[in-house]
Ligand binder design. Structure first.
Ligand code: COI
Length: 357
């Protein structure tokens, strides 16, 4: 794939955050973006890196009406030795293609996705923050751009990648979160699009999250659409429970996002000889375990927050603390191990790190 590059003129460069400046999540964007166009019959063409800026769409562009859209999330880091690193970007690229297949969008060869990522991150490497815990968040996105209101797969598609410096995903960092068990709304149903990373899943989650926040909770725990008995995900993350010494997470049964961090957690736990089970988990088992102490830890996993400990679950008006409301040992160990590998402080035994040369 040939990528043409048009650099932003010096006087149009954006103000980069200073070292020590508090970074939120997703509010700042770097100087450049990657774009590539698809037309049915012609395939992908015109791969280019250009100055970051607005894109123009016909008001009838299909994405605006029927939500034919997918995205990914990953991060670039400065390793200890000064190298620029990506964490398991091949996994994100593969998932992008699975999401594409589900949403009738065209796939992009994994190698081409990686070349686009490397080209963009290399050019904007000065935007990667060097402060502890900070990174450059990368958001590859694909949208249906054909003009027209017919409900059918778009014949024209735009793939773009934007990046921006981020700090901790939650303003309170690694502090345990208060979770409300959501019993009215569902995130996804089997046979739906829950395992695709598509914007509609996140739009569908907003009302429940808004209601939970109004009640003082940080996020919701999603239950299955059929019976409202089984746990699915927490907020925008996969969920793990340490139950009776076994690390348990719901299986990827169609309505759950196959998280890259989820897979990383499972791999590390198995290596550490922690018993691991991917099996259905009933909310009653969670609440009972939290009350009697068999549930010693619960945490979410995702690219943005990495590991997010759960301090309590509230279900049917009853709130029960997990591990006394404190982050558990395993959550801390996983967070340190994963971020240690990402920042090149811990040996990368699994070849998860891709260096951007
Ligand atoms: C992630 O943690 O990987 C996410 O997808 C969260 C993002 C939607 C902000």
């Amino acid at each position: 794939m040939q990528i043409t590059v048009k650099q932003a003129p010096e006087n149009h460069r954006r103000q980069r955050p200073k070292s020590g400046e508090k970074l939120g999540f997703g509010n700042l964007f770097s100087d450049h973006m990657f774009l590539m166009d698809y037309t049915s019959g012609k395939g992908w063409e015109n791969a280019r890196i250009v100055p970051y800026g607005p894109i123009s769409l016909d008001p009838s562009a299909m994405v605006l009406h029927y939500g034919q859209e997918i995205f990914e999330g990953m991060k670039a880091y400065y390793a200890r030795d000064g190298a620029v690193c990506l964490f398991r970007p091949d996994r994100n690229a593969e998932r992008m293609n699975r999401s594409a297949a589900r949403m009738c969008l065209p796939e992009i060869p994994v190698e081409d996705q990686l070349a686009a990522l490397r080209g963009l991150v290399r050019l904007d490497r000065e935007w990667i923050p060097k402060d502890e815990g900070a990174s450059l968040y990368i958001r590859p996105t694909m949208i249906a751009t054909e003009a027209g209101l017919g409900v059918r797969p778009s014949a024209e598609v735009l793939y773009f990648i934007i990046t921006g410096p981020v700090g901790a995903y939650y303003p309170r960092g690694f502090d345990p979160v208060r979770i409300l068990v959501e019993e009215q709304y569902v995130r996804a149903a089997k046979g739906g699009v829950g395992e695709a990373k598509t914007g509609g899943n996140y739009a569908a989650s907003l009302l429940a999250a808004k209601n939970a926040k109004a009640l003082g909770f940080d996020q919701v725990l999603w239950l299955d659409a059929g019976q409202r008995s089984f746990v699915e995900e927490v907020g925008t993350m996969n969920i793990f429970f340490l139950l009776g010494g076994e690390l348990v997470t719901p299986p990827l049964s169609g309505s759950i996002l196959p998280g890259v961090t989820r897979d990383t957690v499972l791999t590390l736990a198995r290596e550490w000889k922690i018993p691991v089970a991917e099996r259905p988990v009933e909310i009653d088992e969670v609440m009972k375990g939290a009350a009697d102490g068999t549930l010693s830890e619960a945490f979410g996993s995702g690219t943005a927050a990495v590991i997010s400990p759960v301090g309590s679950f509230s279900c049917r008006g009853r709130e029960v603390a997990v591990n006394g409301g404190k982050a558990g040992e395993l959550a801390v160990r996983l967070f340190r191990e994963i971020t240690g590998i990402q920042y090149g402080e811990i040996e990368d035994r699994h070849r998860w790190i891709h260096r951007v040369e």
